[in-house]
Design a binder for this molecule. Structure first.
Ligand code: FAD
Length: 383
């Protein structure tokens, strides 16, 4: 398929090389993807391959063993696009090393950063972010988990739910409330009082766990940022990583289109390849058009996020909505033009179809993002 990404947005040279590295990693684990994408625990083969590639270092700053001076949204996006096209499991494993550790990168004491971040970069330690609770999702203001100071330690009580890497992580950056507001604290997975379970699984299997914190005690040095800085750290994480969900969605949609084109050029009905039947051709061409639009905007928003994450959060949010909604439409059309072959369990197109669905919900559901964009729009237009 024509490479239009270079025509519409010229990636810096180092990102072009990075994309090649990520594509090579994805190709090297293609044989593991079907099994890993059905797993509810981290696949050891995927983990070993990602560790050997050194790509997890993209998620950590250079001062702590990372690849670049700062975590670079465009670099994360370029990698996720390639990995998601092959395996949602691999994409999540990569992305969570950044999403799960960024509050630590931004708010950790030098000693706690030094202890964990080099291990995150090398994939020796698995990171996780605990915001969601059984009763709390999009609106984190009602967080019920508590953090209390007691004798130079922090005591954490609560229940975090739907946590990616829950059960397999080595530490959790946990949001909880205290007098100063919502705060974030790093909790090692082996802290007494922390237990995990896997009560939920979703349509596109994911490493998901619930984490129960029952009187868990950590040293005060495990607080991330100031007391009350929890939402700021959460926002900083979104500002750097939300646009990478858009890139994963572009990769997913592109892979689905590739499957659909291969199928519809190879199969004939009514005396012609399917791709020459008007309705099929239209669906595929429309999908291609929408993918190119989503990719071009995603790269531009990611480049803006690399320069000024918070200042361009509205662009990252738009890219996330545009690309994930595009992926939802594209995978659906691709299944349709492949007929019954698009429905076969275990086929790549079926995996991509399921993988696209959760993207419209996590890291800001489409409607939640549109709601906050509308508020920004009203404010900007009224001045
Ligand atoms: C695969 C996966 C991985 C996840 N990983 C993590 C993780 O690692 N860490 C973590 O903390 N959480 C994680 N989550 C949870 C995720 O962050 C939440 O699912 C998400 O924040 C939405 O919350 P909710 O599901 O409770 O939906 P709710 O908040 O109950 O919202 C339900 C729906 O209501 C609508 N809605 C809600 N608010 C508004 C609004 N203001 N305006 C308009 N419409 C609205 C939207 O359509 C939304 O989808 C994960 C979820 C999934 C599916």
């Amino acid at each position: 398929m024509t490479r239009t990404d270079e025509i519409l947005f010229e990636l810096p040279e180092r990102h072009v090389r990075l994309r090649e590295e990520a594509a090579a990693l994805a190709a090297s684990v293609a044989h593991l993807a079907a099994e890993a994408d059905e797993a509810d625990a981290i696949d050891p083969g995927m983990r070993a391959a990602l560790a050997a590639s050194g790509l997890a270092a993209v998620c950590v700053p250079a001062a702590y063993g990372g690849r670049y001076e700062h975590v670079d949204s465009l670099a994360v996006a370029v990698v996720r696009e390639q990995l998601a096209a092959e395996s949602a499991h691999l994409d999540s494993l990569f992305a969570m090393q950044g999403i799960g550790s960024y509050a630590l990168t931004r708010g950790g004491t030098p000693e706690v950063r030094e202890r964990w971040l080099p291990r995150v970069a090398a994939l020796d330690a698995i990171a996780a972010l605990g915001l969601t609770e059984p009763g709390i999702g999009s609106d984190l203001r009602g967080t019920a988990t508590t953090i209390t100071e007691d004798g130079g330690e922090l005591v954490i009580d609560g229940h975090k739910s739907f946590i990616t890497n829950g059960g397999d992580a080595d530490f959790y950056c946990v949001l909880g409330k205290e007098d100063a507001g919502l705060s974030m604290v790093l909790v090692p997975a082996d802290a007494p009082g922390l237990t995990t379970g896997r009560p939920h699984q979703i349509i596109a299997p994911h490493v998901l766990g619930d984490v129960v914190l029952d009187g868990v005690r950590v040293p005060r040095s495990h607080r991330l940022g100031e007391p009350g800085a929890g939402m700021r750290l959460g926002l900083a994480t979104l500002a750097t990583f939300r646009v990478s969900v858009a890139a994963a969605a572009v990769g997913t949609a592109q892979a689905a289109l590739r499957e659909a084109v291969a199928h519809t050029t190879g199969r004939e009905q009514f005396g012609r390849p399917l791709i020459q039947l008007g309705a099929v051709a239209g669906q595929l061409a429309r999908s291609w058009t929408e993918i190119e639009a989503a990719r071009a905007f995603t790269y531009r928003a990611a480049a803006a996020a690399s320069r000024d994450p918070l200042g361009s959060l509205h662009l990252s949010s738009m890219a996330k909505v545009a690309a994930t909604e595009t992926a939802g439409r594209v995978v659906d059309r691709c299944v349709q033009v492949m007929g019954r072959f698009g429905l076969v369990r275990g086929s790549k197109i079926e995996r991509l179809y399921r993988a696209a669905r959760p993207m419209r919900i996590y890291e800001g559901a489409t409607e939640v993002i549109l709601d906050s964009l509308a508020r920004k729009l009203a404010k900007e237009l009224s001045v």
